[in-house]
Design a protein around this ligand. Structure first.
Ligand SMILES: [Zn+2]
Length: 266
């Protein structure tokens, strides 16, 4: 078993155990953008209860983490955090396949990312606050959890949100502490692509930033018909390239092309 330590995986790591959305309701109010593809994905799953039940149990949503304006009382409202999280989880589940699997034998993370994320994330909590987008805490004496903040709900597109959940699942799975040397700066970097999971108590291999890239690459290249369009593919490519350009200490030396495939740059 991996030794796990208590550190908040976030740029602003302090504040763990102190963020309570009920204490500052006004900072939770944001206007939802209509340009983040929620209206594209919402009808693809229809907010059906069977899908909600599956997400609710896999990711251990709790009423008390999603009420008071987060959407528990209005779970199909695309302007509220809960539904915007649901849309991302549905994309993670069904964006590449109609039959997501728990087997991780395929290199295509789009086939198993949903089940794998649900197995690794202990619970998914909605929180107020403007930074970071998300953070995961794991440790021997705390209730492991992944928290999602205002920028996740309202600044990210559905595709970005799916990638962020997959990214946080990598933290929950392997810890993979971020380093400080990359364009995006302190606490957001992996040292390199293929061995980017580092830090005391961490596993090895591709780190959380690399998982974001892998998700964008596989989604952009193998998405199901009807679950992607040109703008959404461009968004996935841009997100992947942002990570490739700005989130690694050593340039991975590849980027994504407009179709989502990769090409070498050094
Ligand atoms: Zn991270």
């Amino acid at each position: 078993m991996k030794f796990k330590i208590l550190i908040a995986l976030a740029v602003s790591g302090l504040g763990l155990l102190t963020s309570q959305h009920g204490q500052a309701a006004t900072s939770c109010s944001r206007n939802a953008s209509s340009a983040q593809f929620d209206s594209f994905y919402a009808p693809l799953w229809g907010c059906q209860q069977v899908f909600i039940n599956d997400m609710w149990s896999r990711f251990h949503f709790d009423h008390d983490d999603w009420d008071q304006g987060f959407g528990f009382e209005d779970a199909c409202n695309d302007t509220l955090p809960l539904k915007r999280t649901f849309n991302a989880l549905q994309l993670l589940a069904y964006g590449v396949t109609a039959t997501p699997t728990c087997s991780t034998s395929s290199s295509n993370v789009g086939l198993w990312g949903y089940c794998w994320a649900g197995s690794n994330i202990d619970e998914l909590d909605g929180r107020c606050g403007d930074s970071p987008r998300a953070k995961t805490a794991i440790g021997p004496v705390i209730d492991n959890h992944t928290e999602l903040f205002m920028p996740f709900f309202f600044d990210e597109t559905v595709v970005q949100r799916a990638g962020t959940i997959f990214h946080e699942a990598r933290h929950a799975n392997g810890w993979c502490v971020h380093t400080n040397s990359c364009a995006d700066g302190t606490g957001s970097c992996d040292p390199n692509f293929w061995s980017g999971c580092v830090g005391v108590g961490s596993s090895s291999g591709v780190g959380a930033n690399g998982y974001t890239v892998l998700y964008m690459n596989w989604f952009a290249t193998t998405a199901r018909a009807g679950w992607i369009n040109a703008a959404i593919r461009a968004d996935a490519v841009a997100e992947g390239n942002h990570y490739l350009t700005s989130r690694f200490g050593t340039d991975p030396c590849f980027r994504m092309n407009s179709g989502g495939g990769t090409f070498n740059v050094c």
